[in-house]
Write a protein that binds this ligand. Structure first.
Ligand SMILES: N[C@@H](CCC(=O)N[C@@H](CS)C(=O)NCC(=O)O)C(=O)O
Length: 212
């Protein structure tokens, strides 16, 4: 298997999953939106985005699908099968519509847009993202006050997915400090090498710097 990745949030998530599972994948850094790259990558993903997993001659895109595939290959319940699966899917689905989405909106304005010169920060969008963050974080705070991980005592892909944008919070500046149980959960996640430093030993060029 081969995983195309970059240091951006969703590819980072996929690399962290592969590292956490000690998956037998070759990692290849990619930049499909760079000039001259679309011919190579469009046949692999019509959206041109990464992560992309090449598996048995086929291309699989979307970080969640890749996580599912890698967990199956590893025989791991990191992607739950059985009675816990609906609960895990609930958190992935809710997260992407709510907590992860809120983080994404703010990070896009303050991070991605600035790194790639896509325009000035839209303050209305930042406010919308921060409002959505507060609503979603309050729900997570209540849930995580009672347990270690989203699914109880053992980590699952739902925890990784929920945290997709938090490694970028030095740039996004989301007010995580208002939510001590969410912070406690995230600190736990940061103790995992695979999450804290998924690119260790990989040829992974840094993201373009933020303008001063
Ligand atoms: N829904 C997709 C989103 C993929 C996506 O948006 N990827 C972005 C990074 S977060 C990308 O390809 N950026 C170009 C790059 O990193 O070079 C997923 O979950 O995998």
């Amino acid at each position: 298997m081969k995983l195309f990745y970059s240091r951006n949030p969703n590819p980072r998530l996929a690399v962290a999953v592969a590292r956490h599972l000690a998956a037998a994948v070759d990692f290849e850094w990619a930049s499909p939106f760079a000039p001259g790259q679309s011919e190579r990558f469009r046949p692999l993903n019509p959206n041109l985005s990464i992560p992309i997993l090449i598996d048995r001659g086929k291309s699989l895109w979307e970080a969640d699908a890749i996580a599912c595939r890698l967990a199956r290959a590893a025989g791991s319940d990191f992607w739950r099968a059985g009675d816990d699966e609906p609960d895990m899917i609930r958190w992935i689905s809710w997260g992407k519509e709510n907590f992860v989405r809120a983080c994404d909106i703010v990070h896009f304005e303050r991070g991605t847009k600035q790194r790639y010169a896509l325009g000035p920060i839209d303050d209305a969008q930042v406010k919308c993202g921060l409002d959505r963050f507060d609503t979603a974080a309050a729900i997570l705070e209540a849930e995580l006050s009672a347990r270690r991980w989203l699914l109880g005592d053992a980590i699952s892909y739902a925890d990784f997915r929920m945290a997709t944008f938090l490694p970028f919070n030095d740039v996004a500046g989301l007010p995580l400090e208002r939510y001590p149980f969410v912070r406690r959960w995230y600190r736990r996640l940061e103790k995992l090498d695979a999450w804290r430093d998924p690119f260790a030993g990989l040829d992974a060029p840094e993201l373009p710097p933020l303008p001063r």
